[in-house]
Design a protein around this ligand. Sequence first.
Ligand SMILES: *Cc1c(COP(=O)(O)O)cnc(C)c1O
Length: 421
Amino acid sequence: MSDTETGKNKPSGIPRVQLPPDVRRDTLAVREGLPPGPWGENSEALYLTSSFVQPDAATAARRFANEEDAFIYSRFTNPTVTMFERRLAALEGAEACIGTASGMSAILLLGMGVLKAGDHVICSRSVFGSTIRLFAGEFGKFGVETTFVSQTDPDEWRRALKPNTKLLFAESPTNPLTEVCDIRALSAIAKDAGAFLAVDNCFCSPALQRPIEYGADMVIHSGTKYLDGQGRVIAGALCATQQMVDEKFMPVLRSAGMSLSAFNAWVVLKGLETLSIRMEAQSARALQLGAWLEMQEQVERVFYPGLKSHPQHELAMAQQTAGGAVVSFIVKGEMQGGAALARSNAFHVIDSTQVCSITANLGDTKTTITHPGSTSHGRMTEEQRQAAGITQGVIRVAVGLDDIEDIKADLLRGLSTLLDQ
Ligand SMILES: *Cc1c(COP(=O)(O)O)cnc(C)c1O
């Protein structure tokens, strides 16, 4: 077999940075990984190299045969990527992690690792749009069937089980309406059925929620969002047990190559160091903004898990340490003039901003604003959008580290000048 086809992979014989065994999560966030190199660098080195020189032919042969752990080729082993993987695994409370080129490629790796033709998947209907297309469209082409169910009703998940159900896939909270699923309940359903539960933890990050503690088998990340935290690179990760990583996922990564680049791994690795203080600060600002929006008469409804008005507020507060940084709201107009007026009101509020960045990305220190109905969810039919509650009046704000008073003033520019209908 060639190197790309063989099994076991992560260089687990590679030494770990020396830390007392009981250090806490915030310390792991800035220190977990590999030991420093021969020069004693304090900030992690960026290993921009595609391959690693082997001392002699016999050693190379042992390493390629997986008889000895070492870095070989950056498609599947690179010290900067390993550093990121170990650190994220530590924060999620996972045994192991694989960095991937994007959040979507982490889900691709998940599917390729655990599914085969004839398998069945149950997935929340409210997950990220590209995730729905990946399961329904791409995996569908290879004979994997997916049933989409309610984000919030675990009984629907149970009823959707089939003898060939292999994977349950959830995301919490969801984009843009911040619906929360009961991870513990879904885990129980998966375990009873002998299926895996994977949770996309993009919106909370391990700073606010650790799905493995509630029974998830795998955790997915778009590193592009809060892990980077400053809107610089595309990255992703899949956390799982060491055995799953060694036996199921590394062989796929090695053959299929959805690998995280060392440069992007380095950026996201440094992002992890400030993750918990960013999530705390951004969540606090989001809560303030949500409470303020609820008092605005031009706002029909606010969606934020940290607010008492959120339908799953109690569950969210049991599962998460804060509400997260995404606040969505509906501007009035739908009831007065239907979808067209709601949309023009939403566009008016967005276009009146002078501080917020108009972009569909989230997880940045810069507050971003978007109209999901015509951007991130624009490829859905109007009927699908209505079913998902993403009406034309919905605006999503991903709160960054801007002074929240400036963001309130920015939204008020448009809200206060909406024509009274
Ligand atoms: C952005 C996002 C993804 C996809 O991540 P990319 O890095 O853009 O591939 C997946 N899930 C959620 C919840 C996201 O917000």
